[in-house]
Design a protein. Sequence first.
Lengths: 245, 236
Amino acid sequence: MVIHRASPWTIRSAPWTEDFAGRGRSWLGANNVLSPAWILLMKYFVSLLLGLLVMLSSALAQESAPDALVRKVTDDVLTIVRQDKEIQSGNTRKAMELVDSKVLPYFNFQRMTALAVGRDWSKATPEQKKRLAEEFKTLLVRTYSNALTSYKNQTISYKPTKMQAADTDVLVRTEVVQPGSKPVQLDYALEKQGDSWKVYDVIVAGVSLVTNYRDTFNQEVRNNGIDGLIQMLGNRNKQLEAGKK
Amino acid sequence: MKLRLLPYLSSVACAVVVASGCATTASNPKDPFEGFNRAMFAVNEGLDVAIVKPLAQGYDTVAPLPVKVVVGNFFGNLWDVWTALNNLLQGKPGDAASDVGRVLVNSTVGIGGAFDVAGELGLTKHSEEFGQTLAVWGVGDGPYFYWPLIGPRTTRDTFGWLVDTYYDPVWRVDDMALRNSLVATRYIDLRATLLPSDKVIEEAAFDKYNYIRDAYLQHRRNEVFDGDPPRVPLDD
């Protein structure tokens, strides 16, 4: 995990406030904090600060885009996993709860399911789509949670995101770094919906966790229709649910 | 062994493929010999459950992390020589120079490759072998194969693997006992690094054979493009 530096405004007390509120000792050498030179300087300082703040907040708004989102969610999740001995010892249920609360809100499962199913998706009724997405979500959450339980001492490094201001589809690239072996590429494809970005694909070492199902799903739809696919997913989820706590 | 391996393996492959080719019901155009491959996959799964995986698990439990890191680094350093050459063959002299730098730094300061000092200095490790070089030269994937012990390879990557093995410094060690233990250690170490993904694949895959094949093909495409393949439109 790359330790991200505290942002400038979280520094507990800035030096100038200490000077001001303190004993009136300032680098101007004036003991009187209300001296004209001091006031002038403060005015200048305040305007400078305001300007800086405006610049920073616009930079922040830009960064609160997809890459910042991925970074925040990753940091949140790994902070918890690092402290949770139960997850580390393989408690999938606990990891799934974590994924449910911290990760799911940022995923677009309808789109993920559509991509996994491919062109058969258009043949499904709205009700079938809903059930498919529900079952596929359960399966993916379990896969993702399982991967979390094998977390040891890996760190995540973030690569620069290639992105234009008008882009609505972006790939955020990260790497799982582990000593003694090659880093594993972990990319997230995000799509802008209104004002918010949602993940619609997770790509591990170049392998899309979503489209990797396409061949299997196509085959099942060919053999047993959409309902067959729903049943196949449902059976697997039930079986996994029964198999472990 | 080295020189005789190639014609031997390819003739076996051809014979088996011809024998099983027409009997298969291939559903994926990239996998015309699915019947043969599934049989080999079953053989491999059997070997894995009976021998390879238990050994890897034992190694994983017994060896402390620093030992595993050193083992991984040591073999990685030997491979970096070949990586450099392949980067050169692929027309990437910058990457090749970086790889040479890695070998020089890690073999000396890194005590015979035990420590990846160069990585700490910012010389990123690259993943290259001859299969990727062939791909960059324009050789297509060809039919997909699943070989026992070797695992999944496209036709191109099978030939790439044969060339890799021929030039592999570990396979070139003269002392047979030493060579065999090195090859075995590297193999078990590699299998041990894959242990965490076992459970994930087991639960995620409906048809493990399919899942591994499709993942392998996507993964190889990613490697050929050095981790940044052109994005294909996903909706079809």
